[in-house]
Design a protein around this ligand. Sequence first.
Ligand code: FAQ
Length: 318
Amino acid sequence: MPEAQTTSAEEREFQRLIDADQRIEPRDWMPEAYRKTLVRQISQHAHSEIIGMQPEGNWISRAPSLKRKAILMAKVQDEAGHGLYLYSAAQTLGTDRDTMFDQLITGKARYSSIFSYLTPTWADMGSIGWLVDGAAICNQVPLCRVSYGPYGRAMTRICKEESFHQRQGFEILLQLMRGSAAQQRMAKESVDRWYAPALMMFGPPDDESPNSRQSMDWKIKRFSNDDLRQRFVDMLVPQAEVLGITLPDPDLRWNEERGHYDFGELDWSEFHEVLAGRGQANSVRVSRRRRAHEDGAWVREAARAYADAQAAPERIAS
Ligand code: FAQ
């Protein structure tokens, strides 16, 4: 008897494209679990960009100079744009934007843990740029090669802007470190607060990451959470030396044998608390987003009326 056929022609074609490092496009057949994983990751990523506007938006009206205000406004606008590219990429998988927004404003959707931390000082704008955008770049450059076409193309555009974000953050900290003793203290205190949460952005350790294995097989993730975290630490140490800032980890040291920096254990209970909604600012972030969405109802109505008028001008005129 011939051996039972276990995979369909469609499945084999999907696997062939993945194995050949070619892209899966919206009209291609894909396993439901692949589609679901992508929607989960891309929508979380989009929500992070949108919620991530708040910690920095908090400082636009208090930026210390006109130049800093203009740069910060441009950066926050970029984050909005990133969110929109990503929602568009998720929409190509059949999940509409209203559904994703609804999940966000009702607190059902995840967004990155990092945006549930508060920004009490101006130096936090430097730390977000240097550490948060720095971590985002480490994570997102490999995502430009993700197997799903619309996500990869959105990431290429996003990464170009993220490198400007990271440099402006580094430059804020550099200026503060060249300033008065109080400014230096402010920069160091801020880096002390943001360093560990930035390392946690890459997700739980590999042996506690339920999604990594499958996502790597599908070439959605190209590197594991721990590998990316290590890359990030290796990148940060020489930059911290230029800044003259000591990273807050007594176990941080160069390991000649591994060719990497060793670093200390992170407090994963803090990460789980944030994911459970008990971070410094979880409820504030979601309620602000909900209010902004409600306040924007008239814009959506006006846009809809305009689109209707374009589609059927005579009906509106009569
Ligand atoms: N926060 O099995 P894994 C930015 C969840 S950068 C919250 O390892 P996965 C730029 C995870 O969803 C930030 N939740 O999961 C910016 C999963 O839960 P689920 C956004 C987290 O997906 C800068 C569970 O833990 N970047 O926005 C986090 O394989 C400045 C188990 O974890 C991205 O989203 C976390 N940190 O790997 C904007 C990048 N980590 O869904 C404004 C794309 C893990 O099963 C200002 N995403 N979880 O319920 C990814 O690369 C991946 O989704 C990971 C997580 C690496 C985040």
